[in-house]
Design a protein around this ligand. Structure first.
Ligand SMILES: Cc1ncc(COP(=O)(O)O)c(C=O)c1O
Length: 376
């Protein structure tokens, strides 16, 4: 996607709000500003807009509207699933997290510990998937919840959600699936007990997400107040955000060829980047993801050069105190620290064109060339 002379290749970080989603939101920010919990006409209209949005999202998630809880983000959805399960678990004291989970899951660990739960990380295979044998071996009837994402935000690696759900069911454990990256691109598996999605990854606004909680799953609220969302998530609803989210979801559902188009752009990029110094991390992942390392070029130096050359990309790993830490995901896949510190993530989206991908590859080779003087 071009923005002036810049190339946006970071759709896994966020996506632009679509024109349709922005237009759908506008009235709910201005003249239709009423609080959906009030009783007069304007408020009832806001309530109805939320209900209609819930129906759209439930259809997309193949669940009942009453199973959708609107929240402020994918992060909050994960926290609600995890701490809601901890609040609902009586005898089960163990949480199992795939080692590749997003920080919004992994960073719940210390607080779970302080609440008396143990947290164990299930290793990844070299392909970036949660190791199912290791999961099976770790399972027992004292596991409260397993968390495993549908697709990894850094590498794009896909987990086998249906098999994980089967293992969890066998041991009576809850299964939380973070579907933030795959929702709208790949078919959603409806078997987990809780599934998180986030609007800003699918051309909706930032600051709104949803958690699908399967009817009957022992997940309790973690926010208390005005009783919104059927007592599951107190706080005045983000009406405009929810309406924009649903519009973006509708658009995705009306465009079944989107993933294939995005994949053809990604494939063109991968093809153009087939140079000796590049090593690809994951073969069959998310359609828009290209995750690789360039020998001899650190992510940090590459990202600085790419920025100068007008390419928005990412390393996929967290940036702390000014330096890029090696990604926990890549380390869990068995990469060395040096290799992990050379990781780059390009992620293409609905508005990316093949020409953009070719130009991004050209500039990336230029950026690498400046660093290594070896790659052309
Ligand atoms: C896999 C995954 N989970 C959760 C999140 C958090 O979502 P949000 O930005 O809506 O808090 C992200 C965002 O990058 C993500 O990629």
């Amino acid at each position: 996607m071009r923005i002036g002379s810049r190339l946006y290749c970071d759709h896994a970080a966020t996506t632009p709000v679509s024109a349709r989603a922005a237009a759908a939101m506008e009235p709910w920010l201005r003249e239709k500003f009423h609080n959906p919990s009030s009783l007069y006409e304007g408020a009832r209209a806001a309530r109805q807009a939320i209900d209609e949005a819930r129906d759209v999202i439930a259809r997309a998630m193949r669940c009942l509207p009453g199973e959708i809880v609107f929240v402020s983000s994918g992060t909050e959805a994960a926290n609600l699933a995890i701490f809601g399960a901890a609040a609902g678990c009586t005898n089960r004291k163990r949480f199992l997290f795939s080692a590749g989970e997003h920080e919004c899951v992994l960073k719940c660990g210390p607080r779970l510990n302080s609440l008396g739960f143990s947290v164990e990380k299930i290793p990844l295979t070299s392909d970036g998937q949660m190791d199912l044998n290791a999961l099976f071996d770790a399972m027992s009837d004292d596991v409260c919840m397993v968390a495993a994402m549908s697709a990894n935000n850094e590498t794009g690696a896909l987990n086998d959600v249906a098999t994980i759900a089967e293992i969890c069911q066998k041991f009576g454990a809850l299964f939380f699936c973070d579907a933030v990256q795959s929702f709208g691109l790949l078919p959603l598996d409806e078997t987990p007990d809780a599934t998180a999605i986030s609007a800003h990854k699918i051309y909706g606004p930032k600051g709104v997400g949803a958690l699908r909680i399967r009817a009957g799953a022992a997940i309790k609220p973690i926010l208390f107040g005005g009783g919104q969302e059927r007592e599951m998530r107190a706080g005045t609803e983000n009406v405009a955000g929810i309406v924009g989210f649903a519009e973006a979801v509708k658009e995705a559902m009306e465009d079944p060829g989107r993933a294939e188009r995005i994949q053809s752009v990604r494939d063109a990029f991968v093809q153009a980047m087939r140079i000796e110094a590049v090593e690809w991390s994951v073969k069959n992942g998310l359609p828009g993801h290209a995750h690789f390392t360039i020998r001899g070029a650190s992510s940090e130096a590459m990202l600085i050069n790419l920025d100068r050359l007008g390419v928005d990309a990412s390393s996929g790993s967290a940036c702390s105190s000014g330096s890029i830490e090696p990604s926990h995901v890549l380390i869990a896949m068995g990469m060395s620290e040096t290799q992990a510190k050379s990781a780059l993530r390009f992620s293409f989206g609905a508005h990316s064109e093949i020409e953009d991908a070719m130009e991004a590859a050209k500039r990336t080779k230029q950026a690498a060339d400046v660093i290594t003087r070896r790659i052309g």
